[in-house]
Design a protein. Sequence first.
Length: 383
Amino acid sequence: MPIPAPLALYIHWPFCLSKCPYCDFNSHVSASVDHARWRAALRRELRHYADQTQGRPLTSIFFGGGTPSLMEAATVAALIEDAGQFWPTTPDIEITLEANPTSVEAQKFIDFRAAGVNRVSLGIQSLRAADLAFLGRQHNVAEARTAITLARTHFPRFSFDLIYARPGQTLEMWDAELGEALSEGPSHLSLYQLTIEQGTAFAAKGVPAAEENLAADLYEATDARMQAAGLPAYEISNYARPGHESRHNLTYWHYGDYIGIGPGAHGRLTLGGTKHASGAHRSPTHWLEEVEKTGCGAPAPDPLDPDTVRREALMMGLRLTDGISNDHWQALTGQSLPDSLSSPTLTRLIEGGFLAQTPQTLKATPQGRLCLNGVLAKLLDIF
Ligand SMILES: C[S@@+](CC[C@H](N)C(=O)[O-])C[C@H]1O[C@@H](n2cnc3c(N)ncnc32)[C@H](O)[C@@H]1O
Ligand code: SF4
């Protein structure tokens, strides 16, 4: 009998205390949240997907947002418990919760740990007071540091996020801040360059993104500093001590199967041998009403055609430093990498120094990772 394919679970909590001016995630500020109603709806949607995926081993759960540290710990506990009853869980299951570092939320860490969370990902964003204010954050530097200490104390694994390439930030300023972040002893960091997303307050105000050359210099300096600190990049924006990579996010980048529950959550599920895409209603109210009516807040999943599967697998896999292995590609698409991709476009991208190919792998070079969107735009045209 073939071993059932593993599965990851993403749970979206859409509420935040305030809307950060750079953020285009599906996050909403609500005067009041009926926690009992939301708990019931998330549990109901979880059951809906469990019915379709019985027997598959669950390797990770990720509570993302929005701000899932605003969830009641009882909701987190109920969902983890349900998941453990619906699926066999792997012994090393990773259960991450994204937490904002305000003191109120940090006080809940003990309860989240008791609920079964074994990894937190903290939205620190900056260790500079003026920049936290600029980014519209609800926490200050002291709260950020306390939250890191509490995360280290209560959880076997933790990570934190920083946003760099902020207006006015020089290489020297970022290097000093990154050094302070590293002195906190994390084994995983997510370091994102500030992106000005359409429809955000920053876009409306005309906040500029870092100039291209500075952005490239900042990226290269970050890579070098993290490599020297023993946390090399394993993905475009993610750095870890070997063995401390986010297993949940690796499922996305390896184009594995995952269920997404909650408003706006996406999923990719192989059903009857075909990869399907699901995407839940983004509006929290609409999603809630749909789940209460039908048990699921998403339209029926769409089957993906083979070219879409190849495109998505490339977009995900080339984000990884190790790229895509031929064996993995073969398992996903039924073809070898050379058979799928051989083309004048691929040759040009290799000769231009953007991609590197061996008989076993295809990966983006450091130069290619700097402009991965452009590289992908060209490569995806093959299909
Ligand atoms: C789901 S979001 C936010 C999680 C959590 N609510 C928080 O604010 O910390 C995950 C991460 O994406 C990053 N991020 C979001 N919008 C960004 C943007 N416009 N530019 C760069 N990084 C961004 C932030 O570092 C953030 O922690
Ligand atoms: S960055 Fe985080 S806290 Fe801020 S609005 Fe987005 S999801 Fe909410």
